[in-house]
Design a protein around this ligand. Structure first.
Ligand SMILES: [Zn+2]
Length: 123
């Protein structure tokens, strides 16, 4: 990740400091604690994401796991449930956007705010 971000002009020193802090965090992480809500319990699982994005831009909850080249979040059952619900909503929403005329990034271009509002409202 560091090499890619360096190539893209990112602040290498800041990235290195962040990765060192994340490594220390993950090495001392109490796996009974949910990183999202802070609850304590035994049924915790790990979400791993690798998308060539610096996910810390979304939240510092994401910790970079250099050994596996991905981001990790240790989470409780309630947070997993919420995540799955949001994933389902996202799939349904993006599925609705599967219409002709999408560009390579699957983004619809509107010629006016009214056109966008009409699309959003399903008219
Ligand atoms: Zn939680």
């Amino acid at each position: 990740m560091k090499e890619l971000l360096k190539h893209l002009g990112a602040n290498f020193d800041e990235i290195e400091r962040s990765e060192i802090a994340d490594k220390e965090f993950l090495e001392t992480l109490d796996r009974n604690i949910c990183q999202v809500c802070g609850s304590v319990g035994q049924d915790r699982r790990t979400l791993r994401i690798s998308m060539l994005y610096q996910l810390k831009e979304i939240s510092d909850v994401f910790k970079y796991d250099e050994d596996n080249n991905n981001y990790r979040i240790n989470m409780c059952k309630g947070c997993r449930s919420t995540l799955m619900s949001h994933l389902g909503t996202w799939i349904k929403e993006r599925g609705r956007l599967a219409v002709p005329g999408l560009d390579d990034d699957a983004i619809i271009g509107f010629s006016s705010a009214e056109e966008m509002i009409a699309y959003r409202d399903g008219k």
